[in-house]
Every structure is written in C-alpha cells, then in structure tokens.
Design a protein around this ligand. Structure first.
Ligand SMILES: [Mn+2]
Length: 235
C-alpha cells in the first residue's frame, strides 16, 4: 500500500444552510465538500484519494502528495484575469481561488502531475495568465443527466490528450464558462465543434486538463485522465 500514489482533490466551501437536513443551529457553520465521483475515479485508477480542506497553507500538503486533481466548481473571480464580472457570472468563492492559486504555486515548484477538470482547467489557465469567456450557454447543459454525451471534441494530433483519448471523443458538457485567451506555456489540444476550448496541456510540465467531466461519465472507472494522473504520480 505504501507505494499507492496519494492524490489530492480540491473542493468547495458551503454552509450548513446549504445541506438539506442539517440542524438549523448549524446553518452558519462551514462545510468543505467534493463530489465522490472524483475520488472513485482516482481509486479505480489505483490511486489513494485525499480531500484537501480549504483554508490550510497548501505548501504544507504538497510534500506529501504525489499528484493533484483540480475539480469543478464555482466561477473564478473575473478580477483575477483582468475582467469586470459579467452579469452571467455566478457568485465566486474567493477562499477557493486563493487556496488553489497557492496550491498551484506549490505543486508546480515540485513538478507534481496535475489533472484539471472543468473549473480545474479554467483555474490552470487563469493561473497561467490566460482569461475566460464568462458565459457560453450552449455548453451549460442542465436538462440532461450529467453522464449524457452532448457534443464531440476534436483532439489535436500528437498531443498527450490524443494519446489518452484518440482523435475525438463524445463528452458531457456542464460548464457555462470557457477559456478565452490561453495562458503562458499552455497549449490548446482539444476543441468542440464550435471552436470552444475543451482540453489544454502544459508544454513542459505534467499538467493536463479537460473542460468536460470524465468522472461523471459511465466510462469513469477506466477513464484515461485518471489513469494518466495515477501513473504519473508513481514516477
Ligand atoms: Mn463543452
């Protein structure tokens, strides 16, 4: 068990009031939460998932981690990529933006492998100096189960994502924002038919991210992104 790679998973902050059935006297208390499909994907790939609570100095975690999964969630504060908040942008979670920025500082320092999903992809891009399109309603499919494959992504020849997924893939789409300008040292390696960015990777570091949600698809337990992360984390 000792050589099972330890994979950190990021999550979001909520309050007791957000949790159905919680005691009313606990309404104002905080919860850090994540969707179990992320940890199940890591487990199925042979990794040991560990949730990273917010509000801790991330540099204290990274020495013990072998890899990082940056999960989906709230919109990133537009100020972090030099934009005014558009009316369509949802309420941000500044505590999470701050935590994940420091976390990326720390994991990049150690060259740990990073997989990003949805907000994770967007966070990696914003961290790298890129920006976001604040609303892409066509990709925010909210009236179908999350596993539903609703559009195709075309994957760039010779990219890491192509090695993982092949030249194209049918994917789900639950995001309402997407990448605008790409950040430094990142390459766009997957796009939807309308040109939207669906996958990115780093030119020299083990960082890869997708805009869709592999953890919510029926292929979760054999998904190449989770397998890549756990395999890289063993190195
Ligand atoms: Mn999409």
């Amino acid at each position: 068990m000792s050589n099972t790679p330890l994979i950190g998973i990021t999550g979001k902050r909520r309050t007791g009031a957000d949790l159905k059935g919680s005691l009313k006297v606990m309404s104002d208390l905080s919860l850090d939460v994540y969707w179990v499909d992320y940890s199940q994907g890591i487990l199925a790939a042979g990794g040991l998932p560990v949730f990273l609570p917010l509000g801790v100095d991330p540099s204290l975690y990274v020495e013990r981690l072998d890899g990082l999964l940056m999960s989906g969630g709230a919109d990133i504060q537009p100020e972090l990529y030099g934009s005014e908040p558009a009316p369509e942008t949802y309420k941000p979670e500044p505590i999470r933006d701050e935590f994940e920025t420091a976390l990326l500082d720390a994991v990049i320092d150690l060259e740990l492998p990073v997989a990003g999903i949805c907000r994770g992809l967007q966070m990696i891009n914003v961290y790298s100096g890129g920006n976001l399109i604040q609303d892409v309603p066509r990709h925010a499919v909210r009236d179908k189960p999350p596993a539903t494959e609703v559009h195709t992504v075309k994957i760039m020849e010779g990219s890491l994502l192509e090695k993982l997924y092949g030249p194209s893939r049918e994917v789900n789409s639950l995001h309402h924002q997407s990448i605008g300008d790409i950040g430094e040292n990142l390459v766009i390696t997957a796009r939807s038919e309308d040109g939207g960015v669906e996958g990115i990777e780093h030119q020299s570091l083990p960082i890869v991210a997708v805009q869709w949600h592999p953890e919510m698809m029926t292929s979760r337990d054999t998904d190449p992104l989770f397998n890549w992360l756990v395999t890289e984390a063993k190195k």
